[in-house]
Ligand binder design. Structure first.
Ligand SMILES: [Zn+2]
Length: 509
């Protein structure tokens, strides 16, 4: 027999006819009960009454009686603060739950009042709730979900790829959807079919992936499909200009740039997922997806690749800039120009320099050593051992999702006032670092690093010649560490001043 449960919902303040909010609480609770396979036998609502004042709450009293009489085995509430804001009330509930073994489930997280931990957590939640006047963030999230369920995406301007038809239904703008799939394909280096799926076997080497800038140019110039964003036209005083009918006037649609391209390709909306404040909600949208879920997770992996973001500015132009380490102080070295004495003459050279202790070494000489050592090592039959051992991709992906979820949950705990900003920042930092590691291992496991192409090549030198600096840097970073050793003043350059370490499994050989 299904567990008999009661839903309890309460509206604390009704300043703005928020009666619907109770409906929302009940809808969320019903969904939870259904997920548990519980039979909802009672839906109890106290409206317009505050739980903090101790005013009578008839339905609450009835709930307690039902619990004590053993007529319900579980209670579902939206949040503990809907049930009670007074600790004395909570103790009543806890006593009731303990004595008759009732389960308490909340939409915002489960509380097992049969355990010490569950009771402690309930008391913490209730005491936090007591000081809280509004639960704005969570309420807005619920509102957002309700809107999504009503089939609306909740936009202030039409998102690229979608529009609303005469019946208010969200429809795909085919030309734009096709442009978006083409952009995704360029950035991923593969073919994406009409349903937004990666065509199996079409993935090309990492070096053939297009930049976000190239994808933006394709949409702007080749396809003539700008973004849906426009600037508001303003007068000299900065006020919006209006046409004869009083409508705000806009400039032309803005072209794509790398920022808008990136944000759009990463938006879960295109996979049919609901977002709120940039966070993915645990809800499916009611609109048609343009990209499939796997394509989106690949986009996340590729576009969130830390190395890709670091490859900007001058750092990207020189092989070891941002990679080589100073052998004196351990800092990372960067490319720059310096006046150096060579053969009694002062000459400008391109150099790598430590910004901390100013250790400086000629770039061309260092690069030559590193390239020579790398290609010689690649030519050895055991070179494959330098790549990290293939990891379990599914497990890594699951861990990445779990870590992102936990990080997102932190934001909710902060919004709900359950954690301080400091502890959220600290925890989020830890999770982000761990996520970076996991994403790095995913990249390595996918063989995405150009190092994979080098290691597998018959003629590594020929592959190296064809690589651009970005790919070369990725290869070096995947395979080796480079340290520039300090020398006494005036010493001539020697390859021994470049210390090379190997990162992979065969590093010892
Ligand atoms: Zn240094």
């Amino acid at each position: 027999m299904a567990t008999r449960c009661a839903i309890y919902a309460r509206q604390s303040l009704d300043r703005s006819g928020e009666g619907a909010a109770v409906e929302r609480q009940i809808a969320d609770c019903r969904r939870l009960a259904e997920a548990r396979g519980w039979a909802v036998e009672h839906v109890l609502t106290d409206n317009d009454l505050s739980a903090s004042t101790g005013k009578p709450r008839p339905q609450y009293e009835r709930l307690l009686n039902l619990m004590l009489a053993g007529q319900v085995e579980a209670v579902v509430v939206w949040h503990v603060d809907r049930l009670t804001r007074r600790l004395v009330d909570l103790e009543q509930i806890i006593t009731a739950c303990e004595s008759v073994g009732i389960r308490l489930a909340t939409v915002t997280g489960d509380l097992d009042l049969g355990t010490d931990t569950g009771r402690m957590l309930a008391r913490i939640l209730a005491s936090v709730a007591r000081g809280e006047v509004e639960r704005k963030g969570t309420r807005q999230r619920a509102a957002n979900r309700q809107r999504a369920e009503a089939g609306r995406m909740g936009w202030t301007r039409r998102p690229f790829g979608y529009d609303v038809d005469d019946d208010g239904k969200i429809v795909v703008v085919e030309a734009e959807a096709e442009g978006l799939r083409a952009a995704a394909g360029m950035v991923l280096g593969c073919d994406v079919d009409d349903e937004g799926r990666i065509v199996p076997g079409s993935e090309r080497p990492v070096t053939e992936r297009a930049s976000l800038a190239a994808a933006a140019r394709m949409l702007n110039d080749t396809k003539g499909l700008p973004t849906t964003g426009r600037r508001v036209l303003r007068d000299d005083d900065g006020n919006p200009r209006r046409d004869d009918d009083g409508r705000t006037m806009h400039g032309p649609f803005l072209p794509w740039n790398t920022t808008t391209m990136r944000r759009t390709l990463l938006n879960p909306r295109y996979g049919g997922r609901v977002t709120y404040n940039g966070l993915e909600m645990d809800a499916d949208g009611t609109w048609p997806a343009i990209l499939d879920g796997h394509t989106q997770s690949r986009l996340v992996e590729v576009l969130r690749d830390v190395k890709r973001r670091q490859q900007s500015g001058t750092e990207a132009k020189y092989l070891l800039s941002g990679l080589a380490r100073c052998g004196r102080c351990g800092a990372v070295m960067f490319a720059t120009n310096a006046l150096m004495t060579a053969g009694g003459r002062r000459t400008h050279y391109g150099v790598y320099r430590c910004r901390a202790c100013y250790l400086t070494r000629r770039r061309d000489l260092v690069d030559e050593v590193v390239e020579g050592v790398l290609l010689a090592r690649m030519a050895r039959p055991d070179a494959a051992g330098l790549l990290a051992p293939a990891a379990d991709l599914d497990a890594l992906r699951a861990e990445a999702i779990e870590l992102r979820d936990r990080r997102d949950t932190l934001a909710g705990l902060l919004a709900d006032g359950l954690l301080s900003r400091e502890s959220v920042t600290e925890q989020a930092g830890k999770l982000t670092r761990r996520l970076g590691e996991v994403e790095g291992r995913i990249t390595a496991a996918l063989g995405d690093s150009p190092a994979a192409a080098l290691v597998g090549a018959d003629d590594p030198a020929a592959v190296w010649v064809d690589m651009d600096v970005r790919a070369r840097k990725l290869a070096v970073d995947t395979l080796m560490t480079v340290t520039i050793e300090p020398v006494h003043r005036g010493a001539r350059f020697s390859p021994k001043q470049v210390r090379i370490g190997w990162k992979g499994a065969a590093a010892g050989s």
